[in-house]
Design a protein around this ligand. Structure first.
Ligand SMILES: Cc1ncc(COP(=O)(O)O)c(C=O)c1O
Length: 399
């Protein structure tokens, strides 16, 4: 590592709380699908800020919108009507079946909002004492107390008890376990159609369609967490659209404003009636600057057909990685995912492979110990994927 990196690392350790297992890299600039470190070394970015910079880093049209809004209107609060927020809500509605949107600032806050909406809808509209939220093993829904309780992975709960009541986790893919868990107090089921952090696990079509029907039968809400798999990443605008289902509530964040912090809860008109003035709020949610950036992000996604591009490039990447698997027998267990949300599952712990890839200039994530997770900007070119596949094949040949 360079002197500049070591100095920054030491300053950080002295000043910033230690909550992240950081990569040995400090990014000083980014453009498109490239990152640059403190010494100007270039990296191919296959992580996109963890599924955030779907249009590529520092996209010119977004930079222009941000710069212009920064001089016109940044923030006034939700005490006021804001044209930019309304335009964004309309643009989001045009992508799906939802009738109303609530804006917030992150994925966890969006899921927190969805959980609150489900409970309040049951209490005020359905007049039922229904508050339980059922989630799946290997899920990830965030780090607030409610969303980490909802998350189906114990490792993130350690040290934070007592945890809020009213959450049940059932084995993913097991519809009978779900049926058994639903009771008189159940308000909603919350799932990621493609689990991200949990190892890139797409739920099966049969499971999701049966689950949505089960929720209808039991008169509880079917809710999807689209924080990671949404916004064109999976090859459709929303991942649930692959499954032919329409969740009563769904959440998004990450790529919504292509790098500015933003989240949203979307719901059908009927369910959105669970909220009333004063029921839920957040100071920054849907501010003019982020909303304008997000509206531009959505327009580019639509005009550039980014969902279709993600599907095409995902197929291309999948074929390349299948070749690598064939070239390196015994090293890759499987490759899974949809669109440009891909997991290369190694047959052994992957930290060495991950580090060698980083040393060769490829930034990606290792999740669950052995899954190389790729969430590149959706504008990535075939050439970059080929370079990565070739480096991966070399490295797997060595280990
Ligand atoms: C599916 C999913 N839900 C929720 C979250 C939490 O989002 P945030 O980190 O913005 O709170 C994440 C973050 O990775 C996620 O992948």
């Amino acid at each position: 590592m360079s002197e500049a990196f070591d100095a920054l690392k030491a300053r950080e350790q002295a000043a910033v709380m230690s909550t992240y297992g950081r990569y040995p890299l400090a990014v000083s600039a980014a453009k498109g699908c490239r990152l640059y470190d403190l010494d100007g070394r270039e990296y191919i970015d296959l992580l996109g800020g963890i599924a955030v910079c779907n249009l590529g880093h520092c996209r010119e049209e977004i930079a222009e919108v941000i710069a212009a809004k920064a001089r016109e209107l940044v923030h006034v609060s939700n005490l006021f009507y804001q044209r930019e927020q309304v335009e964004l809500a309309e643009a989001l509605k045009a992508t799906c079946h939802a009738g109303k949107v609530f804006f917030c600032n992150s994925g966890a806050e969006a899921n927190e909002g969805a959980i609150k909406l489900a409970r309040r809808y049951m209490r005020t509209v359905k007049e039922r004492d229904a508050y339980e939220i059922i989630t799946l093993t290997h899920s990830f829904h965030g780090r607030t107390l409610a969303t980490l309780t909802a998350t189906g992975q114990d490792k993130i709960k350690f040290g934070f008890d007592p945890l809020p009541e009213g959450f049940i986790t059932v084995p993913s893919g097991d519809i009978e376990a779900m049926r058994a868990a639903i009771g008189p107090h159940t308000a909603a089921v919350l799932v990621e159609c493609i689990q991200g952090e949990g190892g890139v696990n797409p739920l099966s079509k049969e499971y999701v369609t049966t689950l949505a029907a089960l929720c209808k039968e039991k008169d509880i809400l079917f809710m999807c967490d689209e924080v990671q798999c949404g916004m064109c990443r999976s090859g459709r605008f929303w991942a649930f659209q692959h499954y032919g289902v329409e969740p009563d509530v769904f959440t998004c964040s990450k790529a919504l404003a292509n790098g500015l912090p933003m989240g949203a809860v979307l719901a059908t008109d009927a369910v959105a009636a669970g909220f009333a003035p004063g029921a839920h709020a957040t100071t920054f949610g849907g501010g003019a600057l982020v909303s304008a950036a997000a509206t531009k992000t959505l327009a580019i996604m639509r005009d550039d057909c980014l969902a279709e591009r993600a599907a095409r490039m995902g197929d291309f990447a999948m074929a390349l990685f299948e070749d690598v698997k064939a070239q390196c027998p015994g090293k890759i267990e499987t490759i899974r995912g949809m669109g440009l949300m891909l997991g290369i599952v190694l047959t052994f712990p992957g930290s060495d492979v991950w580090k060698k890839l980083l040393d060769r200039g490829f930034v990606l994530n290792l999740t669950q110990g052995n899954v190389l997770r790729l969430l590149p900007p959706l504008v990535i070119e075939q050439e970059d994927l080929k370079l990565f596949a070739s480096a991966l094949a070399d490295i797997l040949g060595e280990v």
